[in-house]
Design a protein around this ligand. Structure first.
Ligand code: SF4
Length: 458
């Protein structure tokens, strides 16, 4: 077992027994579950909308090269710069070079999982640049020195009392502040940072190749301030975020908001097509878009797993997953947790180190059921297991055990030989790996053939 797998099992075991954690998660996911059906009422036929969105993403991912080049050409024509980053290191170095060039001491950042993926905050900190999270949930997590717990609601595991305590400890506020008071404290602190920051960094929810733009979705207005206030705006975005056209936003905006938070539409939806133009009064002087691969082309090169690139990061599969609800977002120790994280992380970070995640599933299919772009998540988890074995990422003991199981299952003679007690002993005691985290198998006292004969006689 790899160290990452051992650590995942250890952390999951502790979290699954943490009843206070479970209470907070159930409370927050319960609130989410109560509003999503209301949001869905806006669709005349939600299934047709989801299928249409899936088809659009199929088009985008199948023609990714063409769309990305079109995006680069069009946004460059409006004065933006496009940089292509193969991996974390290249993306960090691009951002580091821009910050040096701009003599940047403070940088503001809006919520973006891709910047988590490239560990941007710690990289900037090492280089003497203050990086300030401006999304309230991310700000709370940054104050607490924790990574986001969930891809949409980063501080989902904290109660309002936890946040009040944290603010009192870190910012010296009086204890027991209400959520409104806490928000005002954060707002005041963050406004000062916008004014000081030389550079603003955002992600992008969608890349719009036909008009050469990116689209941002948010509820707090902080991404607008981050992209418009500092003189330089850097966008870090995964290459899979393409949708074919700006006209497809009528599908994706409501789907993202309803499946993400239950809203009909998110509060602020912004389309940015380059830096401030000569006839415009607002906006940054410079806009740089970093298109990040970081393992996404590994997914692209696999015709089955490629479907995972359709993800619009709504977080619905996390909220629906019985495993996520028990072990929480941090046990995974990956940027992307829950079902989608389990599917993509082995491709982004290596099959050998992260294949264990694909096994942390009951394969109940609830993730597939709730995904707004109908990604077959539970089947992709099975596909990952298959890939791991194909690539030789399984131990000899595991291969021998499954070979023995297959031989026995395909042989009527072997299935009929011995009694249930002996079979139980072989499976539960000889192949001990099975029962480490599962209850023991209990074979039927009578074989299928014995029961068949009895039935026929009767
Ligand atoms: S896989 Fe589907 S449900 Fe999960 S985050 Fe992505 S779009 Fe949402």
């Amino acid at each position: 077992m790899t160290n990452t797998a051992a650590s995942f099992i250890a952390k999951s075991t502790i979290k699954a027994a943490d009843l206070d954690h479970r209470r907070k998660i159930n409370f927050n996911i319960g609130k989410y579950n109560s509003v999503v059906p209301l949001g869905k009422q806006q669709f005349a036929d939600v299934m047709i909308t989801r299928e249409a969105a899936k088809n659009k993403k199929w088009d985008a991912i199948e023609h990714l090269d063409k769309y990305l080049e079109e995006f680069e050409k069009k946004i460059t024509a409006r004065g933006a710069r496009v940089l292509w980053a193969n991996d974390t290191k290249e993306a960090q170095e691009y951002i580091g070079a821009i910050c040096r060039e701009k003599n940047c001491k403070t940088l503001v950042k809006s919520k973006s999982m891709v910047t988590e993926e490239i560990h941007l905050n710690s990289y900037l900190e090492e280089h003497g640049i203050e990086s300030v999270e401006t999304d309230l949930g991310e700000y709370i997590q940054q104050l607490d020195g924790e990574p986001p717990y969930h891809i949409v609601t980063p501080a989902m595991h904290k109660s309002k009392e936890d946040v009040a305590k944290l603010f009192a400890q870190k910012l010296g506020t009086p204890g027991g502040l209400t959520p409104e008071e806490l928000t005002l404290v954060a707002r005041k602190k963050l406004r000062e940072k916008y004014v000081q920051a030389e550079v603003g960094v955002t992600g992008a929810n969608f890349i719009l190749p036909d008009i050469g733009a990116i689209a941002l979705t948010e509820n707090e207005g902080n991404a607008r301030l981050t992209s418009a206030w500092p003189k330089t705006h850097i966008v870090v975005v995964g290459i899979e975020k393409v949708i074919p056209s700006v006209h497809d936003l009528h599908l994706f905006w409501p789907l993202l908001s309803t499946f993400g938070t239950g809203q009909k539409v998110t509060v602020y939806n912004t389309i940015l097509a380059g830096p401030r133009q000569p006839n415009e009064r607002d906006g940054p002087e410079e806009m740089i878009v970093i298109l990040l691969d970081n393992g996404r082309t590994n997914l692209l090169s696999n015709p089955v797993a490629r479907e995972a690139l359709y993800c619009i990061r709504c977080g619905a599969c996390l909220n629906a997953c019985p495993v996520y609800k028990n072990i929480g977002g941090h046990a995974y120790e990956t940027t992307y947790s829950g079902p989608i994280g389990k599917v993509i992380t082995p491709y982004l970070r290596g099959m050998d180190e992260y294949k264990h995640l694909s096994y942390a599933s009951s394969l109940c299919g609830n993730c597939t059921e709730v995904c707004p772009v109908r990604i077959n998540l539970h089947e992709l988890l099975l596909n990952n297991r298959h890939e791991a074995v194909k690539q030789g990422n399984s131990s000899l003991a595991e291969r021998l055990a499954w070979q023995a199981w297959k031989t026995a299952s395909l042989s009527r003679l072997l299935m009929n030989s011995g009694n249930a007690k002996m079979k139980n002993w072989v499976v539960n005691k000889v192949f001990k790996g099975w029962t480490t985290h599962r209850s023991e198998l209990d074979f039927s006292r009578k074989t299928f053939n014995e029961r068949w004969k009895e039935e026929r006689k009767a």
